[in-house]
Design a binder for this molecule. Structure first.
Ligand SMILES: [Zn+2]
Length: 134
């Protein structure tokens, strides 16, 4: 067992190894293969296999600079994606807790907490008062 680990460690010298993009490819491959298994779809199966091969190809690759660059690109996309999700979630929470009203005279947007019944709103910009149901 130890011999195998040692040989594997020697084999991996100078090779790229695992990164976040590799983990993502590996996870995506497993999802595709599982989906292919349950739906008996050859297409999903094959897509999973291709992703798995790509994952191993990157792991054993000696072109470390190129693989590092790919991972950087992946991280940028992942960051943009998670930021978009975060923004959506924030907007959704806000829309559940607050109403956005517009001042009828100056069009200033005013954020009012929901569920307070009929309230008088004082516009901070032009000083106009108006009544709305929150
Ligand atoms: Zn106003």
């Amino acid at each position: 067992m130890n011999g195998f680990r040692e040989r594997f460690a020697r084999f991996m010298i100078g090779r790229y190894g695992m990164d976040r993009f590799g983990q993502f490819l590996n996870a995506a491959a497993l999802v595709f293969i599982a989906a292919g298994f349950f739906s008996r779809s050859r297409l999903l199966d094959t897509a999973g296999l291709v992703l798995l091969i790509l994952c191993y190809f990157r792991m054993f690759s000696r072109n470390i600079g190129k693989r590092f660059e790919e991972n950087q690109k992946f991280e940028r996309i992942r960051f943009r994606f998670s930021e978009t999700i975060r923004k959506w979630r924030f907007r959704f929470q806000q829309s559940r807790e607050f109403h956005i009203y517009q001042c009828p005279s100056c069009r200033q947007k005013i954020r009012i907490p929901r569920g307070k019944g009929k309230i008088s709103i004082h516009c901070p910009k032009c000083g106009n008062d108006f009544i709305k149901k929150s």
